[in-house]
Design a protein around this ligand. Structure first.
Ligand code: NOJ
Length: 759
């Protein structure tokens, strides 16, 4: 201690002893305590004023919401229930204008930018200029990747690898959150059985269980265990419910869905997604047998919130509230607002309904304030869970540190590889061995943009590896590639045919790369036929006349009608819309470096006239009659069809018991050997059939699947533990679950074991 400090201490001590503190009597002590309490309460009040409970991260979320709600005016509450868009580009002038027009109290914005700058500018306005500083929630359609675009969802399901899909969604979440997006409008888990509907690309195919499993995987991938992590985002199950049943595959059309079908087919993925903790749900556009989903109290409140106890919120689809007018259930926007809100839609996406009318509806007494509070509570809950009050801004870091990271591109590549489906392989046409000249022909060969598919996020054509680029790398030094485009995707111009024929004449094998442009599927992209345009089929017909082996490579956002192309082709490989990294996996399959393992998540009809055709249809009255007179009645490629280069020998399917009681479980097993000449990954699909029950059941229903790698010469056992309450039961038209005594069949390929459930 220095001398002077020492002196200072001495001085303090001297001063304190100068004042004599008298002894207090009991009354004085009591008075003192009261004063102390008042003082401390005052100090506490003072602290609370400085640091409201809602801003105190140490408080429980529900207490923070209570506190914030108690401070909000009706207008502030209503603004939390609206979502607008935030610009479409980051041109400096536009940004300034956009942010100037923005309400600082807005609840959510659809964010189109791929970096955080604009978000942070808008967020600063909310944090600094709004009375309570409530952060904005930023959303974007991240459907199959943000910048690292991976295959469309229909293809992902063909991988039968939900673990990999979870990883891909985690990549999408990381890229999104680090680029300013907190919330994705994904997954789409609408069971879809009509390939004419363009949105068939966005879901996981025709089967309810498959949609449920992949929906859950993607929710887990996006959200992880902690939404406040800087690499996770909130998911949104959409479009609740039945959108996939759009009549005749025409988008936005009404849907005719009985209560039984609603529960049998459409609800399961949503129920499972909610159990998995999906933060939000989007209401649908479709009118379900007379009540638009967006105005359905039954669907949105009785089932979602009351029965399933969802504590997140429902956002309308874009314009779905004001469209209640076109659907004929609301006379004007005000009535539409009232109907949607009372039904259970908490957030208005681009309708101009809640912002203009909700406060008036409350003041007039037609919408209860308690419901507004509940809705705002749900929106705030997500903002708190995302940690937006503590971390409203996104660190602005360079693209190369957050997008297209090599390990993430590897995941996209792996998923593309596992989702490609070998549909036909006559006489081992593939893999290509000892081929000196390969002709690569067709409009998809050099394409990049179309491989991205619909809803490609911030994907760029320049990030995509084309089919041709993949082939060049794979076959460099072993085979010579010859290229001719042959024709465009559509139109009538045959002028390229001659060159294609000349090129083909020089080659040993023809790879014909056909398919759909990316805008031919997705939203508002219905087609009357699943057939490719005539010009593409004609190109194959002409090439066929050369008598050379033809391998069709198909890239599409839907199942295709192949009844004319199939007889002309020796092998067919469906690569879907694989995203940025499809070229190498495709080339690997062609060369035999990769053994294909994808299997269809949706039936390929023989022709469009068979639609709707799907594996799990109900049992019918005369199974041998009622066939088409002019075409076959069976599909060209069934659900779960997919070939491999190796052979798998399925052993005998066995069950641990032939009779079981309620509450007991059953194990069914099937051994499998890889008897071919290559390692491979095989997926076993386990179906259940309930031949007689009080409500007619589908001919079979998928209840479990498993994919395992089996090395050449190795054997593995596939196992399914059946819980009858879960796997043998069925729902009625109200969603009530039943389990009836009687016979059940467990089916793997063409093997069946019968089991009796006894009371
Ligand atoms: C309409 C689509 O139906 C929906 O899926 C999408 O999330 C919204 N627009 C927002 O872009």
């Amino acid at each position: 201690m220095t001398r002077s400090t020492n002196n200072m201490y001495k001085q303090i001590l001297t001063v304190s002893t100068k004042y004599h503190i008298p002894m207090m009597n009991r009354n004085q002590t009591f008075l003192c305590l009261v004063l102390l309490m008042l003082w401390s309460t005052g100090t506490y009040a003072q602290t609370r004023k400085d640091q409201p409970v809602y801003k105190d991260a140490s408080q429980p979320i529900e207490s923070r919401i209570d506190d914030l709600l108690s401070r909000m005016t009706l207008e502030e509450k209503v603004m939390q229930l609206n979502q607008y868009t935030l610009g479409r580009n980051n041109n400096a002038n536009n940004v300034e204008e956009t942010v100037k027009e923005l309400s600082a109290e807005i609840g959510s914005l659809i964010y189109f930018d791929s970096s955080a700058g604009l978000r942070n500018t808008a967020q600063r306005k909310a944090m600094n200029e709004s009375r309570l500083g409530i952060p904005i929630l930023f959303a974007h359609d991240v459907i199959h990747g943000f910048r690292t675009v991976y295959p469309i969802s229909l293809a992902q399901a063909c991988s039968w690898n939900p673990g990999l899909v979870k990883q891909a969604c985690a990549v999408a979440a990381q890229e999104s959150r680090m680029s300013g997006t907190d919330w994705t409008f994904s997954p789409m888990i609408d069971v879809a059985r009509d390939g004419r509907w363009g949105r068939v690309a966005e879901g996981y195919g025709e089967d309810p269980y498959t949609n449920a499993v992949f929906g859950v995987a993607s929710v887990q991938g996006y959200q992880g265990d902690d939404l406040s992590s800087p690499t996770r985002i909130a998911a949104c199950l959409k479009h609740y419910v039945g959108y996939g049943a759009s009549e005749a595959g025409r988008d936005y059309m009404y849907t005719e869905i009985s209560g039984q079908t609603l529960w049998d087919t459409y609800m399961l993925p949503y129920e499972e997604g909610i159990k998995a903790g999906a933060a939000t749900v989007m209401s649908c556009f479709n009118d379900i047998s007379g009540t638009p989903g967006t105005a359905s109290h039954y669907i949105l409140t009785e089932i979602l919130k009351e029965r399933w106890q969802h504590d997140g919120f429902v956002v309308s689809d874009w314009g779905a509230i004001q469209q209640l007018r076109s659907q004929g259930v609301a006379a004007d926007r005000k009535e539409a607002a009232q109907k949607a809100f009372l039904a259970g839609v908490e957030m208005d996406m681009m309708n101009e309904c809640y912002d203009n009318h909700l406060a008036t509806l409350v003041e007039e007494g037609t919408v209860p304030m308690s419901l507004v509070d509940d809705a705002v509570r749900r929106v705030l809950r997500l903002k708190f869970r995302l940690g937006l009050f503590e971390n409203p801004y996104t660190p602005e870091i360079p693209e190369e540190e957050r997008l297209l990271l090599p390990e993430n591109v590897d995941i996209a590549r792996q998923l593309a590889e596992e989702s490609m489906v070998l549909l036909k392989n006559e006489n081992h046409t593939l893999p290509l061995k000892n081929v000196s000249k390969i002709a690569v022909i067709g409009p998809m060969t050099q394409e990049k943009d179309h491989l991205l598919g619909s809803w490609y996020g911030h994907g760029r054509g320049r990030d995509v590896e084309s089919i041709y680029e993949g082939l060049e790398k794979e076959f460099a030094g072993t085979s010579q590639l010859l290229y001719a485009q042959g024709c465009a995707f559509d139109g009538e111009d045959r002028s390229g045919f001659a060159e294609a024929l000349r090129t083909a004449a020089e080659a040993d094998v023809l790879l014909v790369c056909l398919g759909e442009k990316r805008a031919w599927s997705g939203e508002n992209a219905s087609r009357s036929t699943l057939a490719l345009p005539a010009i593409q089929e004609e190109l194959v017909e002409e090439l066929y006349a050369l008598g050379k082996p033809i391998v069709l490579i198909l890239s599409s956002g839907r199942p295709l009608e192949l009844c004319r192309l199939e007889p002309l082709s020796n092998a067919i490989l469906e690569i879907w819309q694989p995203g940025i990294a499809g070229g190498t996996p495709l080339a690997g399959i062609l060369s035999g470096r990769v053994n294909p393992s994808g299997k269809l998540s949706i039936t390929f009809p023989y022709s469009t006239g068979q639609i709707p055709i799907y594996y799990n249809h109900r049992q019918s009255a005369r199974t041998n009659q009622g066939k088409y007179q002019d075409i076959p009645s069976t599909p060209l490629y069934e659900f779960a069809h997919g070939l491999s280069y190796t052979t798998y020998e399925y052993g005998t399917l066995t069950a641990s018991a032939t009779t079981l009681k309620r509450g007991e479980k059953l194990i069914v097993e099937i051994p499998m050997s890889n008897t071919g000449a290559m390692d491979g990954a095989e997926t076993v699909h386990w179906f259940i059939r309930d031949p007689v029950s009080s409500i007619s059941r589908p001919v079979k229903e998928l209840k479990h699947f498993e994919k395992q790698l089996i090395r050449q010469g190795e054997s593995r056992t596939f196992r399914f533990e059946i819980d009858p309450e879960r796997d043998f039961s069925f729902v009625d038209a109200t969603g009530k679950r039943f389990l009836e005594a009687g016979e059940y069949q467990v089916i793997v390929k063409d093997q069946v074991v019968k089991v009796q459930l006894v009371d």
